[in-house]
Design a protein around this ligand. Structure first.
Ligand code: PEP
Length: 251
């Protein structure tokens, strides 16, 4: 039985004041005991969030890390080892906003994934197709390639200490959500792809769904057999809404 994970990606939102309010809201939530909860604040706020959530069972992750784990000359980047030192446990890798707007390619993403693991962080690898790719019937092949490159470069065992998120690009921040069945079909395909390499890893890896998840649609999505929780963008900026999504994952 996989333990659900609900993760909030705060993206490039927040000020010290609004983050303090959000922390307060999260502290007040009664979270289900049978799920894991994580938040990914902008890097600048990670210490504030870790301190603010002390004693609350919410882990903190980063939205990005450098491609090398060791410290060194790489202006503007933050090493996974620095994130671990700051108290992070997870890091997003391959979010579509970084793939598409910042040109992050598979080679770089594999290096970030590996750097995260070397530093003791759990990488949360995001994959997903654009609308044009879905309309062209390429959704499954695109995702197979995005997952496959990591398996090929780092080996299937890398997924024993990782989380995956299927995030159709057309559903992110758009208000459009994949239907529960559409999402389940992709999640099952990812799991089958991993199972062809190692059934035990495929059976235990958590595959989250992300893309306009809110309290109103969370229960249906999380009720699907291969959906193990959610990566939540916009709705994670509202503590009450995020709490309701967490409750849906725990029920
Ligand atoms: C995301 O950015 O990971 C995401 C899922 O965003 P939203 O929930 O706002 O669609």
């Amino acid at each position: 039985m996989r333990r659900p994970l609900v993760a909030g990606n705060w993206k490039m939102h927040g000020t010290r004041a609004s983050v303090a309010e959000l922390i307060e809201g999260l502290r007040c939530l009664a979270l289900p005991g049978n799920i894991d909860v994580a938040v990914f604040p902008p890097c600048l706020f990670i210490p504030q969030v870790i301190d603010g959530l002390a004693g609350k069972s919410i882990t903190v992750g980063a939205q990005n890390c450098a491609m090398q784990s060791q410290l060194g000359a790489l202006t503007g980047e933050i090493a996974a080892s620095q994130l671990a030192d700051a108290g992070c446990s997870l890091v997003l890798v391959g979010h579509s906003e970084r793939r598409l707007m910042l040109g992050e390619h598979d080679d770089l993403l594999c290096r970030k994934f590996a750097a995260a693991q070397v530093s003791g962080l759990v990488p949360l690898l995001c994959v997903g197709e654009t609308l044009a790719q879905r309309d062209a019937g390429q959704a499954l092949s695109v995702i197979k390639q995005q997952v496959g490159i990591v398996v090929e470069r780092l080996g299937i065992d890398a997924f024993a200490r990782a989380v995956l998120a299927y995030e159709p690009v057309w559903a992110i921040g758009s208000g459009l959500t994949a239907s529960a069945q559409q999402a389940q079909d992709v999640h099952a395909a990812i799991r089958a792809q991993l199972a062809a390499e190692n059934a035990a890893v495929a059976g235990t890896v958590r595959i989250l769904y992300g893309g306009s998840v809110k309290a109103a649609n969370a229960a249906e999505l999380f009720g699907m057999p291969d959906i193990d929780g959610g990566l939540i963008g916009g709705a994670s900026l509202n503590a009450d809404e995020f709490g309701a999504i967490c409750r849906a994952a725990g029920s």
